[in-house]
Design a protein around this ligand. Structure first.
Ligand code: FUB
Length: 476
């Protein structure tokens, strides 16, 4: 990423204004000929109520935790102030964990909450991020630590871990326990981290950017190779992969491989061609429940562009020789892994697709879905009702006249299987539980919680749960 990048078209709509129809049209507009969605309904990008960028997935304890940056609404530069955490057990329903890390976490940082990565070691979570050091005016790498993948995170050091004016840290822990921190734009660096993950041994080493290692860029004598930024390093079957944002601008995603964590690297080609209305892109790759997943970002949401990006995901399979296939952006995203259990408490902020809603910290803990207007909805994908539900309970609040939660199957206007009225509860954080009968919710369905009522904000929802028709017969 360089200062001389083109500006995107001015943003005209806010994320809140996302509508089903517009999203579908825009999302399909970026589908390449090589990969077509198999589902008729868009679930990519995976978050709709805020702009997200620079994905960094982490598999832990049966879930994928996704660490992202956050582009401000209406942004005209990388004016990023905080990072976000999301998680999923099935790759389609994503829980919003809010923002447990921001510029304010680092007392020495002034701006630029850019692309980072979190890793887990010995039950602790270390989140490496680039920020501007107020004292030096240069970009530096900070590290935050937490005992939970969702935070809260605190500054582990009180000062930069490393600083040389370059960005985009990625951390890889090899099978022998040695951890490496890689980062850089315009160069590519690594340093060996100590086992404490917050200090290092030796000095930063510059990886030689040769055309054999990182491909050939034409037209820019200062940058003869394709390597631009955003490295993502991992090991698979004894081969080391370095996936990166290539060329500028617009970027595409490319990769190199090596027999060891420090090289020598050999350029292997394109992972994702330039697509998707954002002049940057950023890779993150994990294996989860038997599949391989490629995370990236684009500008596919309404108002989206180079500074208002959104994280998306595709499932892929490695070729037999270990090479990565070319992956195209789709509006369908990854297929669901398993189903969602409606008979246990589900957070309202677990969402496959949200229209019109926002989330916020809930007074009872966690987050709630709020800022709900008439016609807004939350889609929850692949809900396994089994032989049927008899009732629906939701934890709700309202500081206005309230509204109704319609339970619909298949689409926002699909079969109505229940309606729960929500009264005024005395305040937006005055929580109560409401229960209503349900009929016709059987099998595995996409559930739409559709909110109706008068004008203005109607209600908030913290969590929900169905009750099976007969406890003895219903699957759990
Ligand atoms: O999000 C800010 C910057 O844009 C990141 O650090 C780069 O990787 C690019 O995505």
């Amino acid at each position: 990423m360089t200062a001389a990048r083109p500006s995107p078209a001015p943003r005209t709509r806010f994320v809140r204004a996302v509508t089903w129809t517009v999203s579908l049209l825009l999302a399909f507009a970026v589908v390449p000929a090589a990969v077509r969605p198999t589902a008729a309904r868009a679930d990519n990008p995976i978050v709709q109520h805020v702009y997200t960028a620079d994905p960094a997935p982490l598999v832990y304890n049966g879930r994928v935790y996704l660490y992202t940056g956050h582009d401000e609404d209406g942004s005209t530069y990388f004016t990023m102030k905080d990072w976000r955490v999301w998680s999923s057990a099935d790759m389609v329903n994503w829980t919003d964990h809010g923002s447990p890390l921001s510029l304010a976490t680092f007392s020495w940082a002034s701006s630029d909450a850019w692309a980072g990565q979190a890793v887990q070691r010995n039950g602790r979570f270390y989140w490496y991020v680039p920020v501007k050091n107020r004292a030096t005016g240069r970009m530096a790498i900070g590290v935050a630590v937490s005992d939970s993948p969702t935070g809260p995170f605190r500054d582990a050091l009180g000062h930069p871990l490393v600083e040389n004016g370059e960005i985009d840290p990625t951390v890889f822990i090899d099978d022998d326990g040695q951890a490496y921190l890689y980062w850089g734009n315009p160069n590519l660096w690594y340093v060996r981290l100590n086992a404490d993950m917050t200090s290092y041994s030796g000095s930063a080493t510059r990886i030689p950017l040769t055309t054999a290692g990182f491909g050939t860029r034409t037209g820019d004598p200062d940058r003869p190779t394709l390597y631009e930024e955003g490295p993502w390093v991992y090991r698979r079957n004894g081969l080391y992969y370095l996936v990166f944002a290539a060329k500028c601008c617009s970027e595409f995603i490319a990769y190199s491989t090596a027999p060891g964590p420090t090289g020598p690297w050999t350029y292997r080609g394109t992972v994702m061609p330039t697509q998707g209305s954002s002049f940057t892109n950023h890779p993150g790759i994990v294996d989860f429940k038997g599949g391989s997943y490629f995370f990236y970002h684009n500008g596919a949401l309404p108002g989206g562009g180079g500074f208002t990006r959104s994280v998306a995901v595709e499932r892929f399979s490695y070729n037999a020789d270990g090479t990565i296939p070319t992956i195209g952006m789709t509006s369908a995203g990854a297929p669901q892994v398993g189903t969602l259990d409606p008979y246990v408490r589900q957070e309202a902020e677990t969402i496959a697709w949200g229209s019109g809603i926002e989330t916020e910290p809930a007074g009872e803990g966690g987050r709630d879905v709020g800022w709900i207007d008439d016609g807004d909805f939350v889609k929850v994908k692949g809900v396994a009702f089994g032989t049927g539900a008899s009732s629906f309970t939701a934890r709700v609040s309202s500081g206005s006249v309230g509204g109704t939660v319609e339970l619909r199957l298949g689409s926002p206007s699909g079969t109505l299987v229940g309606r729960c009225d929500v009264p005024n509860t005395g305040g937006w954080q005055a929580w109560t539980s409401v229960t209503c009968p349900v009929s016709g919710a059987t099998g595995t369905q996409d559930l739409f919680l559709r909110f109706t009522g008068g004008s203005g904000y109607l209600l908030n929802m913290d969590w929900w749960r169905f009750t099976p028709r007969t406890t003895a017969a219903a699957p759990r």
